[in-house]
Design a binder for this molecule. Structure first.
Ligand code: NAD
Length: 244
């Protein structure tokens, strides 16, 4: 049974976006293993292991975000944790970046995080809750060829702080995790690029990639009552990259 300071004895309900991706799949398993009733939300409506329910979600639509929250509360009666995990990347130097590609990444990563958080607010404000956003090392340090991705993740770090301040009054904590490279469909292309990976590893003091379950564990801790006084914070899960 998940630990519920607000309503002891009831399993907490977590809604995970990008649930069928690499980190999303690990999040569903981790949260389910710690007693959450997990609702998986993704474009394909897939239900990874651990998830009790699946909803189809397109973050580019506010209506779709509100429907995902509605379906969650209809099926599970409540919403305690929102993990804004879904995201996309577009690599390329800024002088060659097409404006529509830039806008597309902003729309999913930043605007999608805004839309889902806003959609979740009414359900969460009833008894308090927790939001954990997926930022990235790319939002903490400048990585060439990663402008739009990094800008959206830096904005998510700031949005995390502002929402923490705005929503503290209704006992909603808002935090983020910022991993360095994690093996997943998003990174499959660069993981096969030996030259890229050698250069990348040289920037990571602990000298390895992050396992998806290590990201999920940080999210789970931030959502837990052990972190009851932690809000507005971004935890770097990056082997030391961002302290260099
Ligand atoms: N993999 C990494 O190295 C890494 C590092 C730091 C941060 N992150 C962040 O972690 C999160 C998860 O990344 P991942 O590596 O699991 O990527 P992934 O590509 O495996 O999964 C992302 C998921 O988001 C979903 N998605 C994309 N657009 C969507 C939309 N419009 N509406 C709903 N869902 C949508 C995709 O269908 C996919 O299942 C992302 O926010 C990413 O930026 C990843």
């Amino acid at each position: 049974m998940a630990d519920d300071a607000h309503d002891p004895g009831r399993a907490l309900v977590a809604l995970v976006t990008g649930a069928t991706g690499g980190i999303g799949t690990a999040l569903c398993a981790e949260l389910a293993a710690h007693g959450y009733t997990v609702v998986a939300a993704d474009l394909d409506g897939g239900r990874p292991p651990g998830a009790r329910h699946a909803v189809t979600l397109d973050l580019r639509s506010g209506e779709s975000c509100r429907a995902a929250v509605e379906e969650t509360t209809e099926r599970c009666g409540r919403l305690d944790l929102l993990v804004n995990n879904a995201g996309i990347n577009a690599r390329g130097r800024t002088e060659h970046m097409p404006e529509d590609v830039w806008g597309g990444v902003v729309d999913v990563n930043l605007n999608g995080t805004f839309r889902m958080s806003q959609a979740a607010y009414p359900a969460m404000a009833q008894r308090g809750g927790s939001i954990v956003n997926l930022a990235s090392t790319g939002g903490l340090v400048a990585i060439g060829g990663s402008a739009v991705y990094g800008v959206t993740k830096a904005a998510i770090v700031h949005l995390t702080k502002v929402l923490a301040v705005e929503w503290a009054a209704v006992d909603i904590r808002v935090n983020a995790v910022a991993p360095t490279i994690v093996p997943s469909p998003m990174t499959a292309d660069v993981l096969d690029d030996a030259e890229y990976m050698a250069a990348k590893m040289a920037t990571i003091p602990l000298g390895r990639v992050v396992a998806p379950h290590e990201v999920a564990a940080a999210v789970r801790w931030l959502a837990s009552t052990d972190a009851a006084m932690v809000t507005g914070h971004t935890i770097a899960v990056d082997g030391g990259v961002s302290v260099l």
